[in-house]
Ligand binder design. Structure first.
Ligand SMILES: NC(=O)c1ccc[n+]([C@@H]2O[C@H](COP(=O)([O-])OP(=O)(O)OC[C@H]3O[C@@H](n4cnc5c(N)ncnc54)[C@H](O)[C@@H]3O)[C@@H](O)[C@H]2O)c1
Length: 332
């Protein structure tokens, strides 16, 4: 089979996509694209591909494109590529509004192309294992779970797309928390009720909330809680996720490469997964995203639906939009 000709647009986060496409067996990295020509040229030389500053001009030379651009551009760029018959991978979020998400889903259906959200966390080996272990029921029924995504971002200028609510699509919960809300939904199924509170304390450069505490009650009764923050100077989170079942605690490490099962009488099961390769493989750009990239390429080659397709991605976005509407109950 001929390699799938790919392009990556937007070369900050896209740098990782480009490296992963260039290493993937099924793909040929044909183009890297950025408005910053120097950046694109440098990467093209490193990876041995072509470069341009205008992705709309290369549609005849590619089969699939990955958009790693600012959030407010995702919908229009993806729509144009889908209408040109290209398979599309989009960095999260799919789009900043429900209407735009639905438009993309419809267009992908009509043009028979793959539309996939780059939910990188979903495809990491230890996260896959977490779901498998939980679903097996060997540690009983899940009761409640906590997720932690704590970090500190340097302040961005007020006019940057990242600082503004309209272009970012919200605050930290929508922009970064979406990965971790997605994992809670994937693990525990249909949500029943949600609530969330946010604060701008510690992140006053950001128009939306820089810290959010968000809760989901699932239809099964399971409670899931996520704390995410871009304003945490010193973080000592106990892990990325703590999942409490009737028999054990399942702990996914902060770097998401290690899964431990802790029972009352000690550790029952530990599995360390480091990129499926040697430890020093870890810093290579594209290392973590290669799983999602391979999933996208497999979906194209085998004509299957990507797990995080448009419909699936919309569930996590809808959950967050409902959280943003929840206001809490005033005291007194
Ligand atoms: N999965 C993750 O953990 C993760 C981490 C960081 C960023 N991201 C996602 O990646 C995307 C990009 O984020 P970022 O932090 O790299 O943004 P950024 O603003 O740092 O970089 C965006 C790049 O896109 C380029 N660009 C903008 N418009 C373009 C256009 N029309 N054509 C070509 N190039 C264009 C810019 O020149 C810039 O180099 C976002 O969707 C973000 O949420 C994901």
């Amino acid at each position: 089979m001929k390699p799938i000709r790919t392009a990556v647009v937007g070369l900050n986060m896209g740098l990782y996509h480009a490296h992963a496409f260039s290493k993937a067996e099924r793909a040929e990295l044909t183009y890297v694209v950025d408005l910053d020509e120097e950046k694109a040229a440098k990467l093209a030389e490193e990876l041995g591909c072509k470069y341009t500053t205008d992705w709309t001009k290369i549609m005849d030379e590619i089969d699939a494109v990955s958009f790693c651009t600012p959030h407010h551009l995702h919908a229009s760029q993806a729509l144009q590529a889908i209408q040109a018959g290209k398979h599309v991978l989009i960095e999260k979020p799919l789009a900043n509004s429900e209407e735009e998400c639905l438009q993309l889903i419809k267009a992908a259906d009509e043009h028979h192309v793959k539309l996939m959200l780059a939910y990188v966390v979903r495809y990491l080996p230890a996260v896959r294992k977490l779901k498998e272990v939980l679903d097996s029921g060997v540690y009983g029924q899940p009761i409640h779970a906590q997720g932690y995504q704590l970090g500190l971002l340097p302040p961005m200028p007020p006019q940057s797309w990242f600082s503004r609510k309209e272009t970012l699509g919200g605050g930290v919960l929508f922009s970064h928390g979406c990965h971790y809300i997605d994992i809670l939904l994937w693990l525990f199924g249909e949500p029943d009720r949600v609530q969330s509170m946010g604060t701008r304390l510690g992140t006053d450069w950001l128009e939306g909330e820089g810290t959010a505490h968000s809760t989901i009650q699932f239809k099964s009764g399971v409670l899931g809680h996520l704390v995410c923050s871009w304003g945490t100077k010193v973080s000592q989170s106990p892990g990325k996720y703590h999942i409490h079942t009737t028999d054990a605690l399942l702990e996914l490490s902060n770097d998401m490469w290690k899964l431990e099962v802790i029972k009352k009488d000690g550790k029952d099961w530990v599995r360390e997964l480091l990129y499926g390769g040697p430890k020093d493989d870890k810093p290579i750009p594209g290392g973590g995203v290669r799983y999602e990239i391979n999933h996208f390429l497999d979906a194209i080659a085998n004509d299957t639906t990507p797990e995080t397709d448009g419909r699936d991605a919309l569930l996590s976005h809808r959950t967050i939009w409902a959280m943003y509407k929840s206001e809490g109950v005033p005291v007194g």
